[in-house]
Design a protein around this ligand. Structure first.
Ligand code: FNR
Length: 356
């Protein structure tokens, strides 16, 4: 009988067995020394719970609201690219299961995912030197019912991912760019992903460009990749509709802090003016609870979803999401919270609390 994983790290193990090394390394890896990669997960382990007892938890409700849309749980799929490395159907099995953010660098098009995805969809944008390419993507997202643009702001250049350099990682076809940009960049020296990024990404992107983005779309704009209170305040000033605390799954600048350790300061700086979402290192329902307790409105999951996809296709994605939901529900019950709103700061104790 096939092995049935009981947690996300067992899904990761199955994905490792199922994938060629080059592709597994691409999905799982971080940049340089991978300090931040380890920290993203480890920092959750340093946060403990302060549960309340004798609360009637016979009914638990996970539903919540993200940017005004009702969703069945505060868990969304993060924008990750190149799903066809993990599964021949690419992103489609994800779309059938959950709310998601589609990556610009997806191996399925904006239009394909619009027809396969039944949950809410946001579109993740990179700004290219050829602004007309970014504008084209935004307009297609708007036409196809995506509800927000998620501008990734931590990637003026691609982080140094040494496994991809060593493996001479080759990108599959990135279908959103067909007829717009050639993605067939081959690098003799190392990762073709790096070569594609350095040829195409606009590293002059800056705060003023939020105005440009607003001028080409009516959709709300979220920025993904904020790690400091200062940037969070600037983001609010320039009128974004939301902030995603993210370090790109530790694939960009190494030695930035774990996202969970900066979430609270960003939430405080924003002061409730716009919603704050969170990603990085979530591997358990307890991690989701901790992020919500520290002020995230919802969380996004990157690698675990691809592990589910690689291990068991659509069924695997469903299982990964269900596992996280079930673990979150159990955590809520054991902490004495019947709804997402009842999860508060006082349910967790951080390292900083212990030093006070
Ligand atoms: C990513 N991430 C990412 N982010 C983004 O804005 N655009 C993208 O195209 C991608 N592509 C991508 C590919 C792969 C294989 C991974 C693992 C990650 C980052 C992603 O959205 C998210 O920030 C992290 O994955 C969250 O961390 P965890 O959940 O993977 O620990």
């Amino acid at each position: 009988m096939a092995v049935e994983p009981v947690n996300l790290s067992e899904f990761q193990e199955l994905a490792k067995q199922a994938l060629p090394k080059m592709h597994y390394d691409y999905i799982t890896g971080g940049s340089e020394d991978q300090y931040t990669l380890r920290e993203n997960v480890e920092a959750f382990r340093r946060i403990t719970f302060q549960p309340r007892v004798l609360v009637d938890v016979s009914r638990i409700n996970l539903s919540t609201n993200i940017l005004g849309y009702n969703v069945s749980s505060p868990i969304m799929v993060a924008p990750t690219s190149k799903h066809k490395l993990a599964h021949p159907e690419g992103l489609n099995p994800l779309g059938r299961v959950v709310a998601l953010v589609l990556s610009s660098r997806s191996t399925c098009t904006i239009e394909e995912v619009a027809s396969s995805c039944s949950g809410i969809r946001f579109f993740q944008l990179y700004v290219f030197k050829r602004r007309d390419v970014s504008a084209n993507l935004v307009q297609r997202a708007e036409r196809n019912g995506y509800k927000a643009i998620v501008l990734t702001v931590d990637t003026p250049r691609l982080g140094r991912r040494e496994a991809d350099i060593r493996n001479k990682m080759i990108s599959p076809q990135l279908k959103n760019f067909e007829g717009l940009l050639s993605t067939e960049v081959v690098s003799e020296k190392g990762s073709s992903l790096e070569a594609f990024a350095s040829q195409t990404l606009d590293s002059s992107l800056n705060w003023k460009d939020i105005g440009w983005l607003k001028s080409i779309t009516n959709l709300p704009i979220l920025i993904k990749g904020v790690l400091t209170a200062e940037d969070a305040r600037k983001a609010v000033e320039v009128g974004v509709a939301g902030i995603i605390v993210s370090n790109h799954g530790a694939r960009q600048l190494d030695y930035v802090p774990a996202t969970i350790s900066v979430l609270e300061e960003v939430v405080q700086a924003v002061g409730g003016k716009v919603p704050v979402l969170f990603d990085g290192g979530i591997r358990r329902g307890t991690d989701v609870f901790k992020a919500l307790a520290l002020g995230a409105q919802a969380v996004l999951i990157g690698r675990p979803v691809i592990y589910g996809l690689a291990a068991k296709g659509e069924y695997g994605v469903k299982r990964v999401i269900k596992m996280l939901r079930d673990e979150l529900e159990l955590t809520m019950a054991l902490c004495g919270c019947c709804s997402v709103k009842e999860i508060t700061r006082s349910h967790v104790r951080t390292e900083r609390d212990r030093l006070r």
